[in-house]
Design a protein around this ligand. Structure first.
Ligand SMILES: NC(=O)c1ccc[n+]([C@@H]2O[C@H](COP(=O)([O-])OP(=O)(O)OC[C@H]3O[C@@H](n4cnc5c(N)ncnc54)[C@H](O)[C@@H]3O)[C@@H](O)[C@H]2O)c1
Length: 331
């Protein structure tokens, strides 16, 4: 009998793509999503997904009691790192409380392994890049704090209850099914939407901050592998090749032209963020045979093709809990 795998956030970028991969590998895949950030149209055909907000412990408990998943991939989150200081309650509810609710149910219903997508955000600004898994985390915003808190809670859940887990710290993933209509996150996706809507591509600050973007497809194999390996381990996953945001914007500009768009690039006020953020992936390469073959231009062209088949969805503004010192571009 094949393993039953639960993916939370299954309507999002990682969830919708990885669920398709697992189905081709013969796993039984079930999902939870509240569609706050992902879309029903993203779900793989035939996949059973329940509309549950993970903040509701009773609903999560009922789901586990009924479905009895063997493995849990916890992808659901609201990953708007830069916005997180202005939506602290929403951030900690979605990224911390939802996670601890899942951990509670995973302990209670004897899940074989819990795989958690943390983030490069845990490293913060104190650590010099490239970040290595052995560095002491120093998150610089509530999103990073929430991710690090879940990492620590998993360690405790293992020590006290024997819950097996692996932590993945991904960064800057791109691909189809990304929510390109979110005003606050996923810079490449935002630029693709802006290009299609004939708006300029905005860069916060001088654009010389560096990031390393990787295509979601290179995550599938290592993600599958950690179902059975890397117990109690932490792995960075993502591209080795960092580039400036300015050069990434210029690449989007170049790809946009293939589809008849010609966006300008404009610079806005800088944000509170790490200037240089990229990771070392030696551990994942060695232990999980991870190989990133991202050609960002190919990925961006593929995303444009996909985006042009999508409805022009509404771009929503979230209700801020705090507006003090909020950036002018989010007012
Ligand atoms: N995309 C990246 O570059 C990146 C980088 C580092 C870490 N991560 C982490 O990887 C995971 C997946 O990222 P993604 O890009 O696929 O995100 P995504 O926003 O595309 O998908 C997240 C999904 O979770 C769902 N969700 C959010 N809150 C929920 C709740 N309370 N209850 C139920 N469902 C809820 C959303 O509706 C969405 O479908 C996240 O945990 C994120 O923090 C992503």
């Amino acid at each position: 009998m094949s393993s039953k795998v639960l993916i939370t956030g299954i309507a999002g970028l990682l969830g919708s793509n990885f669920s398709r991969y697992l189905l081709t590998q013969g796993y039984e895949v079930i999902g939870i999503d509240d569609f706050s950030g992902g879309y029903k149209e993203n779900l793989a055909k035939g996949v059973h997904c329940e509309n549950i907000n993970l903040a509701n412990l009773g609903a999560v408990d009922h789901f586990f009691r009924t479905e009895k998943p063997d493995y849990v991939y916890h992808f659901a989150a609201y990953a708007a790192e830069g916005l997180s200081p202005f939506i602290r309650q929403y951030n900690y509810t979605n990224n911390l409380i939802c996670s601890t609710n899942l951990i509670t149910s995973s302990i209670k219903y004897d899940v074989k392994k819990f795989i958690f997508t943390s983030s490069m955000a845990v490293y913060g600004r104190e650590n010099p890049p490239p970040f290595v898994e052995t560095m002491q985390p120093h998150p610089l915003d509530p999103y990073g704090v929430a991710k690090y808190a879940v990492e620590m809670d998993l360690k405790l859940a293992h020590e006290q209850f024997g819950l097996h887990y692996t932590i993945i710290r991904p960064h800057n993933i791109v691909g189809c099914y990304q929510n390109i209509w979110d005003r606050y996150r996923n810079v490449i996706g935002i630029w693709i939407r802006k290009s299609i809507n004939r708006e300029p591509l905005c860069i916060y600050g001088d654009g010389l901050q560096t990031r390393a973007f990787s295509d979601v497809q290179y995550y599938f194999k290592p993600f599958e592998k950690v179902m059975f390996e890397g117990d109690g381990e932490i792995f960075n996953l993502g591209a080795d090749q960092e580039r400036t945001l300015l050069s990434a914007a210029q690449l989007v500009q170049k790809c946009a032209k293939n589809f008849g768009f010609n966006p300008d690039i404009i610079h806005l006020e800088p944000r509170h963020e790490a200037k240089f953020a990229f990771c070392n992936h030696d551990k994942a390469k060695k232990m999980l045979e991870f190989k990133d073959n991202t050609d960002l231009e190919v990925t961006i062209n593929k995303m444009f093709e996909w985006a042009l088949t999508q409805p022009n969805r509404e771009v929503k503004t979230i209700e801020y809990e705090l507006t003090k010192n909020i950036y002018s571009f989010w007012k």
